[in-house]
Ligand binder design. Structure first.
Ligand SMILES: *Cc1c(COP(=O)(O)O)cnc(C)c1O
Length: 450
């Protein structure tokens, strides 16, 4: 078998619409799928993808779609990055699986070393330690397990508008019960959902919002019953909500004073997405535990739970792990992702995207009254839609814009508890030309509606 070459993999970074979307072959596949796949596994856009490179998806009908979602923040380095594909292919032929908890291998250790170098708070003298699993939800589950073991306490504090996954525990931690937990009860106990910081809606400063969060948790949970506080430094599914300045440091301070493990869920915001390896660096907080997944291995399943040694070391041998956790191929891909972030200057690229995409979106907001706010950091940006003159969510407008864009070959995704926002998670290599094209489609969509 010959290996696919770089040229075979590359796809013109331009939008091309040759059929209606979804096209006939996608519709055919969708009918087959509906017969054998339950509707609970919903697809936002039932367009079947055959190939992808960097920022462009090619569907089975030959349409080239600009991907502004990256599989929800997974292909941060771009689809089928040459170095990542090569590293995974090489590892696949060398050893695909042994089970790290049976007979270990080096790539796992290298990923742990990279994370120890990059997680804020970790130092060469006392590096943070890492457990590898397969998914973001598993990272959250294990973060909670480890925090409970360390503290001997049961309580888990989370924030309103949070999203942490779809397993039994994490679906109970999400702010939205519908659709994630609806009908799957009983939900897990000892979870406390405290008010967050949402500057557009609460108008509070960071310290004010933190005081509100802390007061709630002290009253409802009691600090001495809390094992951990799990926060997304920038809330993902919640609508890319950036907390007010000083909010996260005040929460971290309170956690430290009360022996509560501060867990940063960086599953969506981490891995260079916001212009630093972890987004929490930009808020000046050193978490006790950092969770990574999504973008860590360029599309292969992998998740990391990285924490202070004294916390991580509390678990007894055999208490942590799983058959596929830290799979060698995923680890090899993750090592390549870490190397490429550096070699391709992707942190700088995230800043470029913040500048070009961010300013184009702000121009759009000046023109269209329905955009209440442009927010986010790096290549994690969102616009929130409201009924003009109010702060009421305009969900229908969000749906209209997403449908309009899909018809024209631009893949967008909503976000927010009320689907009030459109979020942008481009590859860090998305060109300025593609960004301009995406924004012109947004403009057309909004003008068509006005
Ligand atoms: C996606 C996500 C998760 C869950 O990750 P899965 O890999 O889907 O299990 C957890 N936390 C955050 C912040 C996420 O965005």
């Amino acid at each position: 078998m010959s290996q696919a070459t770089v040229t075979e993999a590359s796809i013109p970074q331009e939008r091309l619409v040759v059929t209606e979307i979804p096209g006939p072959r996608s519709r055919e596949l969708h009918a087959r799928r509906q017969a054998v796949v339950p509707p609970g596994v919903h697809s936002v856009l039932p367009v079947y993808i055959e190939r992808a490179h960097d920022s462009v998806l090619v569907d089975v009908d030959g349409n080239r779609i600009i991907d502004v979602c990256g599989g929800i923040g997974v292909t941060t380095i771009g689809h089928t990055d040459d170095a990542v594909v090569e590293a995974a292919r090489e590892q696949l032929g060398r050893v695909t699986h042994t089970l790290f908890t049976m007979t270990p291998y080096e790539p796992y250790v290298r990923v742990a070393e990279f994370l120890a170098q990059h997680v804020p708070g970790s130092t060469p003298e006392s590096p943070y330690k890492t457990l590898l699993m397969n998914s973001g939800a598993e990272a959250v589950e294990n973060g909670v397990k480890i925090a409970r073991k360390h503290t001997g306490r049961p309580g888990v504090a989370v924030l309103e508008h949070a999203y942490h996954g779809r397993t039994m525990l994490t679906s109970s931690m999400n702010f939205k019960g519908a659709p994630y937990a609806q009908g799957y009860g009983p939900r897990a106990g000892d979870i406390y959902k405290a008010p967050n910081s949402y500057p557009l809606h609460d108008g509070l400063t960071g310290p004010e919002a933190a005081a509100r969060t802390i007061k709630y948790l002290e009253k409802v949970a009691g600090a001495e019953d809390l094992a951990c506080l799990v926060v997304e430094p920038i809330q993902g599914e919640g609508g890319f909500i950036v907390p007010a300045d000083g909010y996260l440091p005040a929460l971290a301070e309170w956690c430290r004073a009360n022996g509560i493990v501060f867990i940063a869920d960086e599953v969506q915001a981490g891995m260079a997405r916001t212009g630093t390896v972890f987004s929490i660096e930009q808020f000046g907080v050193e978490p006790d535990i950092v969770l990574s997944a999504k973008g860590i291995a360029g599309g292969l399943p992998l998740a990391g739970i990285t924490g202070r040694a004294e916390i991580m070391d509390k678990s007894q041998p055999g208490g942590l792990g799983g058959t596929f956790g830290g799979n060698p191929v995923s680890c090899a891909a993750a090592v390549a992702v870490f190397e490429q972030i550096e070699q391709q200057g992707l942190l700088t690229e995230a800043k470029r995207i913040e500048a070009t995409f961010g300013s184009a979106l702000r121009r759009l907001a000046e023109k269209h009254e329905s955009i209440a706010e442009v927010r986010g950091k790096g290549a994690m940006l969102a616009i929130e839609f409201v009924k003009p003159g109010t702060l009421e969510p305009d969900t229908e407008l969000v749906t209209h814009v997403i449908d309009f864009a899909a018809q024209r070959g631009v893949l967008l995704l909503s976000s927010g508890v009320y689907n009030q926002a459109i979020r942008f998670l481009p590859s860090l290599k998305m060109t300025d030309a593609l960004i301009e094209d995406v924004v012109s489609v947004l403009d057309e969509a909004l003008s068509a509606r006005a």
